[in-house]
Design a protein around this ligand. Structure first.
Ligand code: SF4
Length: 332
């Protein structure tokens, strides 16, 4: 009997937060062999999960999922949360992808650190059921922290997991989790929530603007949404103006030299500005004028601005526009 229990293998979703760590450790404590998987997109990364894996010694698979995630994000069947966060369909997709790996690599079941009632929208019984049903792995998703308050799963019924050793945590209090963390010797863990840009108001506004104006977008364009000030110039074109040195570096890093136009004020300290996918002459003059407005160049006199486009470099003379005059174009 002892030998059989040791062979049970479970694959957990790991965000790197305390609850996902504890859900794995509760299973490991009863002799189940656990591994974690985490997913990467431009909206969230694996930094916290890698840290959790290092801290606990639980093996971690990191899987980039941008194309399939984008497809879901553009039209999530269960809709968005407060901002552009499609939490129900995001969880569903993650469990679906994890389930495929479970089958490929012969894990016995999936698990995650969700706690019933902790987040009113995404962690109530209806949403947990939605995720199970639509992921295609209903019955095989165990939530060790709330298991005793949820219907028995297949691995519990089959005796692969001892239900008596699982938890019955519900609600928003973190007290029980703190006690468990103490028991497992976990002292350094990230604050709950945070880490997903789709729950950020400003980022969501920029993303919404992009979806409204473009049929498709690249991963780099989504990374660009994180940096600088963004302006909507017309239906087809937008402008990004760096705010800090780091913004300027990221704009250069993620721009597409085959299609974008880079604007830089000559002879004066200035931000880098970018017109993704280029634009016509009038648009370039407007963009250059906005860029000058945010630079240290003198106002009211023509300034040399370097324009780098896929067809080469040139210098144009432009008079700046003060930032206050283009505020209405800003995507906030
Ligand atoms: S907060 Fe972000 S990562 Fe988490 S479920 Fe919602 S959309 Fe997915």
């Amino acid at each position: 009997m002892e030998a059989k229990i040791k062979e049970v293998r479970a694959l957990g979703l790991c965000s790197g937060g305390l609850d996902s760590m504890l859900s794995g450790l509760v299973l490991r404590e009863q002799g189940i062999e656990i591994e974690w998987i985490t997913f990467e997109t431009p909206f969230f990364n694996a930094v916290k999960a890698r840290k959790a894996s290092k801290m606990t010694g639980v093996p971690l698979t990191v899987k980039p999922i941008f194309p399939v995630y984008l497809e879901m994000l553009k039209n999530p069947p269960a809709g968005y949360g407060k901002y552009m966060n499609p939490c129900m369909d995001c969880h569903t997709l993650m469990f679906k992808l994890a389930g495929d790996i479970m089958q490929e690599r012969n894990f016995d079941f999936l698990f995650s650190g969700e706690v019933l009632g902790q987040r009113p929208m995404s962690q109530n019984k209806t949403s947990l059921r939605y995720v199970e049903k639509h992921s295609g792995f209903g019955g095989y998703i165990l939530r060790p922290l709330s298991a005793k308050k949820l219907p028995e799963t297949v691995p519990e019924k089959e005796g692969l997991v001892n239900r008596n050793l699982l938890m019955d945590i519900v609600g928003r209090s973190r007290k029980r989790q703190m006690e468990l963390a103490e028991k497992f010797g976990i002292r350094d863990y990230p604050a709950p929530a945070g880490g997903c840009l789709l729950t950020d108001k400003n980022f969501s506004n920029r993303l919404k603007d992009l979806f409204e104006h473009q049929q498709t977008c690249t991963e780099a364009e989504l990374h660009l949404l994180k940096h600088g000030r963004h302006f909507r110039l017309n239906r087809e074109s937008k402008l990004i103006v760096g705010r800090t040195q780091k913004d300027n570096e990221k704009i250069i890093k993620y721009h597409n030299p085959q299609g974008d136009i880079v604007i830089d004020v000559k002879d004066y300290p200035s931000p880098i500005a970018l017109i993704p996918n280029g634009g016509n002459k009038n648009l370039i003059f407007l963009a250059a004028a906005i860029c000058i407005g945010y630079s240290k160049a003198p106002k009211l006199s023509p300034i040399d601005v370097q324009i780098t486009s896929p067809s080469g470099k040139k210098v144009i003379k432009v008079i700046g526009i003060p930032p206050a005059d283009v505020k209405k174009l800003m995507i906030k």
